[in-house]
Design a protein around this ligand. Structure first.
Ligand code: HSE
Length: 336
């Protein structure tokens, strides 16, 4: 029996608790051990929750519980999760997260700490929600030099564009995205492309082994769009890896009529990864939401239990990647 803790009990944290409760057998079969929930870190206690008996507002109890082997973080933001991540790793426990801001900003530090304490640090859910992309890059494509990626990495803005395809205005589409729980009350991180830039930065750090700052990636969102040209305008995250750096951008793009991206609608994410020797692979899945994201988090929990040590496949260090603008020559060379 392996005991884990969840930090955060919002949409994703709640999804992890429910999926862990409902999928015990498949998780045990795949992990090789039963997995139980030992504690949930919350900001305020929720007495009416079925998980109330597991809740604590004091991380020290989790940190000092020797039976808890791993913390799955779904708090959001950077400062508090970073402190929790550091304390978890230093306590010799694995750390799994869905938090792209944390991984994009502090991933290199967390990799170093995980290595020092020889414990897993995994973040499949941080990019693409339920769409697998971290593990394919880490393992399946490890024999291929990756030189081009393009994709839709934000479910909220893709949902908004799909609503606009149906004839709704941008404002109506944002309201619908909020009503369905995709968009926050302040949707700016999604619609301004910031969320996509963080996810692209994580992918680039993994491909190049260098720290990539999302702030260095030219980022244009969807707020000024009036027309989606029949579903062909997509908020794309694109990067071409070159010897002298990476040309990267997040922006609305009129994709080719036969592009795989035209099939990526609503809350779906999709990404194409092109490698050397014409190796081209594509990934697709639900990009946000409680259960898709929780299922990605729990896939990391399973991996961490099967292999409870640090793994440096696609780790990155503190050296900064040089990010170059996306120019007309890349436009001509790379089709999306
Ligand atoms: N806000 C994010 C999105 C959540 O809409 O894609 C998943 O990372």
């Amino acid at each position: 029996m392996k005991k884990i803790a969840i930090a955060g009990f919002g949409t994703v944290g709640g999804g992890i608790a429910h999926l862990l409760r409902d999928n015990q057998k498949v998780l045990a079969d795949n992990a090789g051990e039963n997995i139980s929930l030992g504690a949930i870190l919350v900001r305020t206690m929720k007495a009416d929750s079925e998980f109330a008996h597991l809740m604590t507002t004091d991380f020290t109890t989790i940190e000092q519980d020797e039976d808890i082997c791993l913390v799955a973080e779904a708090i959001g933001g950077v400062d508090v999760p970073f402190e929790i991540a550091c304390r978890t790793l230093k306590a010799g426990k694995g750390f799994v997260t869905a938090n792209k801001a944390l991984v994009a900003e502090k991933g290199h530090i967390l990799h170093a700490l995980a290595k020092e304490h020889n414990v897993p640090f995994l973040f499949e859910a941080a990019v693409g929600g339920g769409m697998p992309i971290i593990r394919p890059i880490r393992t399946s494509l490890s024999s291929t030099g990756i030189n081009y990626v393009y994709g839709i990495l934000n479910a909220t803005s893709n949902f908004i564009l799909s609503e606009m395809d149906k004839g709704n205005t941008y404002d109506q589409a944002v309201k619908e995205a909020q009503a369905r729980g995709y968009a926050e009350a302040d949707p700016s991180a999604d619609v301004d492309g910031i969320d996509s830039a963080r996810k692209l930065a994580i992918i680039l750090a993994m491909i190049t082994g260098k720290k990539t700052s999302p702030d260095d990636i030219r980022t244009v969102g969807i707020t000024a769009l009036k027309d989606t040209c029949g579903g062909r305008v997509k908020l794309l995250a694109r990067a071409a890896v070159k010897d002298d750096g990476v040309h990267a951008e997040v922006s609305p793009v009129l994709v080719d009529e036969d592009s795989l991206m035209t099939c990526v609608k609503s809350d779906r994410n999709g990404i194409v990864v092109r490698g050397e020797g014409s190796v081209e692979t594509a990934y697709f899945g639900v990009g946000a939401g409680a259960i898709p994201t929780a299922s990605a988090v729990l896939s990391d929990v399973v991996e961490a239990i099967r292999r409870p040590v640090y793994s440096d496949e696609c780790a990155w260090g503190a050296e900064e990647l040089k990010v170059l603008p996306w120019t007309d020559s890349e436009l001509a060379e790379y089709r999306s």
